[in-house]
Design a binder for this molecule. Structure first.
Ligand code: SF4
Length: 363
């Protein structure tokens, strides 16, 4: 059910080493442009650390997709600048239709979004009209508009558990690993779309076991988009925010982290005395070593950001996210349902103490 995925054609600027002076100059240009546009920067944990630092330094936010959506909606700025991938910009626009939403690049997409085309998904849903349609946030506005509920990895367990308790059968899309994890944890009747994240899907269980033997005291933190055999080795399974909080709360000195390595920037920044290792993505003997970093997240760069802001200041709207008004209204309903549910259950980034209750604790 997955379509072919066009990868970024050129080396993202954020993984090309830039001289410090050049980076500093870009930061200053971006800061000045943010000020003059009265804009706020909302960045995901997976983007370049320099963009995360800039968001923090300018009163923006660095967060997972749930908190990015809430922050953008509630912030008074009339221009939101979203450093992340396209569905995050779309969600910001859907929740704040009156605001201008800019992105450093509109080409940054997501394999989960690409792997779930709206027309095919609509046909799949039509074949199963008895099921409640629950989709992950990593989908297009058109797929969200077809759903009854949207979830993030922070809210997924609570929402699926709630629906299961109501006796509802679920149609889930697009991430098959996350869907299977939710199914196992809740016992819900779930029909799964067969999509995956090209980053998390690469984590290797056997190599992780070997790494754990080399680091027997390390705690293993795993995002639930990873394969089941990797999740099975986790001390904590959770969203990016929940993994970050686990790194802060747990007393271990060493952690093995199975999610996009962009998260290591915040982990090392907030816990400089602890050691963080990337979970292995290559099999033993592999000559091609993949890295745990999303190629689309990596397209967000300081240079692209500064250029986007400066051209927007001159009236250029080419980096602006636009979502058809009617589509946005239909996509908003299941997002609002999730946000209201999360607010009622107090699913907040600061709720690490409730992880056990959410089932996002030890796997
Ligand atoms: S890391 Fe995976 S889920 Fe996240 S944007 Fe990239 S491809 Fe999508």
């Amino acid at each position: 059910m997955q379509s072919l995925m066009p990868f970024p054609k050129k080396m993202p600027e954020s993984i090309v080493v830039q001289p410090a002076a050049e980076r500093t100059a870009l930061v200053e240009r971006a800061k000045a442009a943010l000020r003059s546009l009265d804009a706020v920067l909302v960045a995901h944990y997976y983007v370049d650390g320099a963009l995360q630092d800039l968001a923090d330094a300018t009163g923006g936010c660095v967060a997972d997709s749930l908190e990015m959506a809430r922050f953008g909606r509630d912030h008074p700025a009339q221009t939101l600048v979203v450093a992340g991938v396209r569905f995050m910009g779309e969600t910001a626009k859907i929740l704040s239709p009156e605001k201008r939403v800019l992105m450093p690049t509109l080409e940054a997409t997501c394999s989960l979004d690409l792997g779930c085309p709206a027309e095919e998904f609509d046909a799949f849903c039509n074949q199963h009209p008895d099921r409640t349609v629950v989709v992950y946030a990593n989908t297009s506005a058109a797929v969200k508009a077809r759903a009854d509920w949207v979830t993030t990895s922070s809210t997924g367990l609570d929402i699926v558990r709630h629906l299961h308790a109501q006796g509802e059968k679920i149609l889930w899309a697009p991430d098959v690993h996350l869907g299977r994890y939710l199914q196992e944890q809740t016992g819900a009747d779930m029909l799964l779309w067969n999509g995956s994240c090209i980053v998390h899907d690469e984590f290797k269980a056997v190599e992780l076991e070997l790494l754990r033997r080399e680091h027997p005291r390390a705690k293993v933190l795993v995002h639930p988009e990873s394969p089941a055999a990797v999740i099975a080795q986790a001390d904590v399974v959770g969203s990016t925010t929940q993994l970050l909080q686990a790194a802060q709360r747990l007393e271990a000195d060493e952690f093995i982290v199975a999610t996009d390595n962009g998260i290591l920037h915040k982990m090392r920044q907030t816990q400089p005395h602890k050691s963080f290792l990337e979970a292995p993505t290559a099999g033993v003997g592999a000559t091609c070593k993949s890295c745990a970093h999303c190629p689309w997240m990596a397209m967000n760069s300081l240079g692209q950001l500064a250029a986007t802001l400066e051209t927007a200041r001159q009236g250029d709207g080419s980096q602006e996210i636009r979502v058809d008004r009617d589509l946005a209204q239909r996509a908003r309903r299941p997002i609002d349902r999730m946000l209201a549910f999360a607010a009622a259950r107090k699913v907040a980034p600061s709720s690490f103490a409730t992880l056990g209750a959410q089932g996002m604790g030890p796997a």
